[in-house]
Design a protein around this ligand. Structure first.
Ligand SMILES: [Ca+2]
Ligand SMILES: [Ca+2]
Ligand SMILES: [Ca+2]
Length: 499
C-alpha cells in the first residue's frame, strides 16, 4: 500500500482543520513532535465531518480504538484477552475488544458513590490466579452514612466475574471505612510477586485547596488500639500492603511500635504503583504540590516526607505551610502562590529530620527558590504552568518486543500531554538516563496497558480537564477525551528510545 498524506488546511493553531478520508501511518514523514500528522474523520455521515487530532510518534502507528468513556481511570489487559476499563464517573467496568474497539459490555459496580472531581470507581487488579478464581479487586468511594448525609469512604471489594453472564457478584470487602475525599484519593492497586495486594491512598487533599483547613495526616501513624478497632484515620497518604482477604500480613513493617496495613507513609497523591524490574521492589509515582512530582522506590517502613518535604530535603522552592494549623484558618483565603498570612505555621524542609526519610528516585521537577509560580502564559489555570507533570500511572514494560524498552517504566501524565519512559539504573535507586518523552498531544493521559506480545500500548484519557498546550500555556480542548488510544510499534527500529 502506498503512503497517503492528509491534506492539511492550516489556520490558527487552535482551529487547525484537517481533512482526510483515511487514518494512515506515515512514519517517514512524521516528526516525533508533530501534533497534527495523524488524523481521521469520525462519524457515519460524510456530511458531518468531525475533526480529530491524534498524537504521533516515530516508529508507532496511532489510532483511536474507542471513545465515550465516562472518566476512564484504570485499564488492564485482562487474562480473557479483553481490555478492562474502570469508569470513575460512570461507575462501571467496561470490557473492550483490543482489536475492533467494540465495547463488549459494561459491568455496573454496585454502591459506588461519585459526586466530586476525584471520587468514584478507581483502581482494579486481577487475582494472579484469575483463570481459576475469576476474582477481581476494585477500589471505590461509597457513602457510609445511611441517612441523607454523605460520609465519603473508600473500600476495596473482591468480586467474582461470571464470564457467561458478563456480570460480577459475590462481593467480599477486603477493607472498608478508609477515608475518602473530593481530592487525592489516589486509588491504585497491584499485586506484588509476593501475592500481597498493594494499595495507594492519597492524603485526601488535606491542607490544600477546598480542604485547606483539614489537618494533613500523611505523617500520622496508627496506635495499636486504632488498628484493633479498625479505625483507619491514620491511613491517609500511605501505601497499604494486605493479604488477599484484607488482613494484615505478619511480615508488614512495625512502624512506631505498631504493625498495620501501612507499608510506607508520607505520600501525597500516589496515583501510580508498579512492581519494578525482576520483581524487585515496588515503585510509585506521585503528584507533588507546585513542584517535585516524584518517582519513589518503596522501602518497608519508609517515610517519604510529605507534607514536610517535597522531593528532596533541599529547602528548594517548598515550605510546609500548615494552613490547618492556623487558629483562624476558616477566615483565611487559601493561596499557595502568595506568602502565607500571619498565624499560619511554616516549616522549612531542613527542620524535618526523620531518620527513615526516603528521597525520591527522580523528581519532575525540582526548581530553585524564587521560581515564578505565576506564569501568565497559563492565565487562570496557573497550575498548568507549574514545574510538575501530574503523573497519573506507572506501568512496567517487560517485553523485549520494542528495542531498548525492556524493564523500563512508562509513566502517564495529566498535565504534560506526554508519557515518560523511565529507565532505572542497576541499583534501582536512580534513573539510568534522562526520561524519554513520548506521544506528545493535548490529552490528559490517565493510565495504560500493554498487549501480551509487547507490541501495543493502550492508553486511556481523561474525559475533560486542562493540559499544557503544545504552543505554550494551557488548553481545555482535549484532542481525544474519554478515549482509548492505541500505539502500535511498527518494528522500524526507529524507536529504540535508547539514547
Ligand atoms: Ca448518606
Ligand atoms: Ca516524597
Ligand atoms: Ca524539596
Amino acid at each position: 500500500m502506498g503512503k497517503i498524506r492528509p491534506l492539511l488546511l492550516s489556520g490558527l493553531a487552535g482551529a487547525l482543520l484537517l481533512v482526510s478520508l483515511v487514518t494512515f501511518y506515515t512514519p517517514e514523514t512524521q516528526a516525533s513532535d508533530t501534533p497534527f500528522s495523524n488524523n481521521s474523520t469520525l462519524g457515519a455521515n460524510n456530511n458531518t465531518t468531525s475533526i480529530m487530532r491524534l498524537p504521533s510518534q516515530e516508529g508507532f502507528s496511532v489510532r483511536l480504538l474507542a471513545a465515550n468513556f465516562s472518566a476512564p481511570y484504570n485499564i488492564l489487559y485482562g487474562p480473557d484477552g479483553a481490555l478492562w476499563i474502570t469508569e470513575r464517573v460512570g461507575k462501571v467496568i467496561t470490557r473492550v475488544d483490543p482489536e475492533s474497539g467494540s465495547k463488549l459490555g459494561s459491568i455496573p459496580v454496585p454502591n459506588v458513590h461519585q459526586s466530586a472531581p476525584q471520587d468514584g470507581l478507581m483502581g482494579m487488579a486481577f487475582d494472579p490466579a484469575f483463570n481459576n478464581t475469576h476474582h477481581i479487586y476494585v477500589a471505590y468511594t461509597y457513602d457510609a452514612d445511611p441517612s441523607d448525609a454523605l460520609d465519603r469512604r473508600v473500600k476495596i471489594t473482591r468480586f467474582t466475574y461470571d464470564a457467561a453472564a458478563g456480570t460480577i457478584g459475590n462481593p467480599v470487602d477486603l477493607i472498608s471505612g478508609l477515608y475518602g475525599s473530593t481530592d487525592h484519593n489516589s486509588g491504585r492497586m497491584t499485586f506484588g510477586p509476593d501475592g500481597k495486594l498493594y494499595y495507594t491512598i492519597g492524603d485526601q487533599g488535606k491542607n490544600y485547596l477546598a480542604n485547606y483547613c483539614l489537618e494533613n495526616q500523611a505523617q500520622s501513624l496508627p496506635t495499636a488500639e486504632q488498628v484493633a478497632a479498625r479505625n483507619w484515620t491514620a491511613y491517609q497518604g500511605k501505601v497499604l500492603r494486605m493479604n488477599p482477604d484484607g488482613s494484615i500480613p505478619d511480615d508488614n513493617p512495625v512502624i512506631n511500635g505498631v504493625r498495620s496495613h501501612i507499608l510506607t507513609y508520607g505520600h501525597r497523591n500516589p496515583q501510580g504503583i508498579a512492581v519494578g524490574p525482576n520483581g524487585n521492589s515496588l515503585y510509585v509515582s506521585e503528584h507533588g504540590d507546585k513542584s517535585d512530582d516524584e518517582l519513589n522506590r518503596l522501602q518497608a517502613g519508609g517515610n517519604y516526607g510529605w507534607p514536610n518535604v517535597a522531593g528532596y530535603n533541599d529547602d528548594k522552592a517548598y515550605q510546609y505551610v500548615n494552613w490547618s494549623g492556623a487558629k483562624n484558618c476558616k477566615d483565611l483565603k487559601f493561596d499557595n502562590t502568595a506568602p502565607p498570612p500571619p498565624g499560619v505555621p511554616v516549616m522549612n524542609e531542613s527542620e524535618f529530620d526523620a531518620p527513615n526519610f526516603v528521597p525520591p528516585v527522580h523528581t519532575f521537577y525540582t526548581v530553585e527558590n524564587g521560581y515564578n509560580f505565576r506564569d501568565p502564559a497559563c492565565g487562570d489555570l496557573t497550575y498548568i504552568c507549574w514545574p510538575t507533570v501530574a503523573p497519573s500511572s506507572l506501568r512496567l514494560y517487560t517485553s523485549d518486543a520494542i528495542p531498548g524498552w525492556q524493564d523500563t517504566f512508562l509513566m502517564t501524565t495529566l498535565k504534560a500531554g506526554k508519557i515518560f519512559q523511565l529507565a532505572l539504573d542497576e541499583n534501582g535507586t536512580a534513573l539510568a538516563r534522562d526520561p524519554v518523552e513520548l506521544f506528545r498531544s493535548e490529552n490528559r493521559y490517565r493510565d495504560l496497558a500493554f498487549s501480551p506480545d509487547g507490541s501495543t500500548i493502550y492508553v486511556i484519557t481523561d474525559s475533560s480537564g486542562p493540559a499544557q498546550a503544545i504552543g505554550g500555556g494551557a488548553t481545555i480542548n482535549l484532542w481525544n477525551p474519554g478515549s482509548v488510544l492505541v500505539f502500535r510499534y511498527e518494528g522500524t527500529g526507529g524507536a529504540s528510545m535508547s539514547k
